[in-house]
Design a protein around this ligand. Structure first.
Ligand code: SAM
Length: 203
């Protein structure tokens, strides 16, 4: 099964509240967005946002330029249905991040539990190239991944675990690591997953 079919099955067979990565409120992501001082009119993209409630929270806070990208149109549809008319002010991008051609730059790139699925160095190289061309100079990148010592799979797929040194080496000198936070995520079925959130600033 290829990746697109995997995610289609996931979102067809489980509700948004049942998937292991579900958060009623994405508290750590929101705290980071607030702490870097993102302005309401600055662009933000949620890469691999799926059916996450981050977009709901950003709309509630009156952010004006929000894009949500995901490989799975089914996941985006769940979020759109939930938001109703409010979904009209969001750019929905049913795309593979490793093939994405950005049409505009953003000031904040949000990725929770997507980069860690890129187990092939060629895919990580494509991601980095697209990231570099998508974010304004001085903009922020938040990448949340499973920590070293955390789970070895996510959604039944192999992942790459990271610590600060490993992710810095991966992203290279164009991005400066400015913050790091740890989260013990509680899955809906009651398991704990150790996430690490890395915040970079583009030089
Ligand atoms: C573990 S879920 C995390 C969803 C969301 N970020 C959250 O925290 O609730 C991973 C998401 O990444 C999407 N995804 C996986 N590979 C992708 C790719 N190459 N390009 C875009 N989205 C991808 C999946 O469809 C899924 O919605």
């Amino acid at each position: 099964m290829n990746s697109k079919e995997h995610w289609k099955n996931v979102y067809q067979n489980k509700s948004a509240e049942e998937v292991s990565w579900y958060q009623r409120v994405p508290t750590v992501s929101l705290a980071i967005i607030h702490d870097v001082g993102l302005q309401k009119n600055q662009g933000i993209i949620d890469v691999g946002g799926g059916a996450s409630t981050l977009v709901d929270c950003l709309l509630q806070e009156e952010f004006e330029d929000i894009s949500v990208l995901d490989l799975s149109p089914q996941a985006l549809e769940v979020a759109k249905q939930r938001l109703g008319k409010r979904a009209e002010s969001v750019d929905w991008l049913a795309e593979d991040i490793t093939q994405f051609s950005p049409k505009k730059k953003v000031a904040f790139w949000h990725d929770r539990a997507v980069f860690h699925f890129l187990t092939q160095s060629e895919d990580r190289a494509k991601y980095k190239k697209i990231l570099a061309s998508s974010v304004i100079s001085g903009g922020y990148i938040m990448i949340a991944v499973f920590s070293i010592g955390g789970p070895e799979q996510c959604s039944g797929l192999d992942i790459v675990q990271y610590d600060a040194d490993k992710i810095k080496e991966e992203l290279g000198g164009e991005f400066q690591l400015i913050d790091e936070r740890v989260e013990q995520h509680q899955t809906p079925s009651g398991n704990a997953q150790l996430f690490c959130y890395f915040v970079f600033r583009k030089r």
